[in-house]
Design a protein around this ligand. Structure first.
Ligand code: AMP
Length: 357
């Protein structure tokens, strides 16, 4: 049985805002939700039918969780391989392990992307300082050093302009698996949110343009300020990547665009719903969260056109407290993730504006 009908139960690994918004979309179609997360204060718990608070290596809890649901999905890509294996042996895990394993390691991700016909930044893997020196000789300056695993929002990254930066690199990588990338000159950053269903239907949303501040997504705008050729090329690339991964669910592909050269460089992929797709909740005919549910439950995919010009802004830290301003604006849609502590830089919510022009 590949199809999960409404009233079935969807299990989600991870209880953050992405899990919360997947749960809300699932509820619209009458699904029940079971969230698995080690953190007692998970935002997704507020909107779930059932919760399990347990570690990701708790075999017994994982098995009981898998047995209680019809399908398992996840809201973050650092699911340990052993966890994925335990789940897979009991219930379908969508997206599957291939996408998880490839996207968890920047080296395997780059190798996969190049094999799939995408262009990435030039790269060299390194562990030791000697290997870093050899890699820098090949890549040239400026370069960006990144840990291969567990990097997010610019964490685990250092710019390398000269050998003087090697100490800072080794401080971060600590001799563990790392990658040195050539610095890509680009005019804008874009992302494509694409869905592929159990039945291998594929649908991409309009390309979004993203502005980061302090390495964290700040604003997403749709349509992106790119020409039709780049728009089409970006969607074709994302579709090819989803097909090559035999992917099931919503996938995000982040890219750099060089306007003058008409070139796209793929930065990274995220095997999940994505912050740069939040605009779809009000701004597209189908939201990325609903599309994810449709894809993993083997339902028909929804239409993806934008409903107008859309801007999404993340609300970090105390920005979340400005709700009165957003609620009095008829073009704004305010989202609060239900987190208590508005620490500086923490993703607390977002606002989306949809207008005709
Ligand atoms: P990442 O964690 O790989 O998504 O990188 C975070 C941000 O750093 C990206 O969104 C880019 O703005 C910038 N960045 C990362 N890698 C490169 C690169 N090779 N060349 C230029 N900018 C980069």
């Amino acid at each position: 049985m590949t199809r999960i009908n409404p009233e079935g139960t969807i299990g989600i690994l991870g209880g953050g805002q992405l899990g919360r918004m997947i749960a809300l979309a699932a509820a619209k179609f009458g699904y029940r939700i079971h969230i698995y997360c080690p953190d007692t204060h998970s935002p997704a718990f507020h909107v779930a039918d059932q919760v399990t608070v347990a570690a990701y290596d708790d075999e017994e809890a994982l098995m009981a969780f898998a047995q209680s649901v019809d399908v398992v999905t996840y809201e973050f890509e650092n699911i340990p391989a052993a966890t994925a294996k335990i789940i897979e042996a009991i219930k379908p895990l969508r997206p599957g392990r291939k996408a998880l394993e490839i996207s968890q390691d920047r080296l395997s991700e780059k190798e996969f992307l190049n094999k799939a016909g995408a262009t990435t930044a030039p790269y060299q893997a390194f562990d030791t300082r000697e290997e870093l020196e050899a890699a820098f000789a090949v890549i040239g300056r400026p370069a960006v050093a990144k840990t291969r695993r567990f990097g997010y929002d610019g964490k685990g990254q250092v710019m390398v302009k000269s050998k003087r930066d090697f100490d800072a690199v080794m401080d971060i990588t600590k001799g563990g698996p790392a990658i040195l990338e050539g610095f890509v000159t680009f005019d804008r950053e874009i992302s494509v949110i694409v869905a592929r269903s159990v039945s291998a239907d594929v649908a991409a949303f309009p390309v979004a343009e993203n502005v980061h501040t302090n390495h964290v997504l700040d604003v997403t705008t749709v349509p992106a300020n790119i020409n039709e050729m780049i728009e089409a090329k970006a969607k074709v690339l994302a579709t090819r990547i989803a097909n090559e991964l035999e992917y099931i669910g919503v996938l995000a592909v982040e890219m750099f665009v060089n306007d003058a050269k008409g070139e796209i460089t793929v930065n990274e992929i995220a095997p999940r719903v994505h912050n740069s797709g939040h605009w779809t909740i009000e701004g597209a005919q189908t939201s990325q969260f609903e599309q994810h549910i449709r894809a993993i439950c083997d339902l028909p995919l929804g239409p993806t056109s934008a409903r107008g010009k859309v801007v999404m802004k993340n609300l970090l830290g105390k920005d979340i407290l400005d709700f009165e301003k957003y609620l009095s604006d008829p073009t704004a849609a305010y989202h609060h993730y239900g987190k208590h502590d508005p620490r500086d830089g923490r993703k607390m919510g977002h606002v989306t504006w949809v207008t005709e022009d």
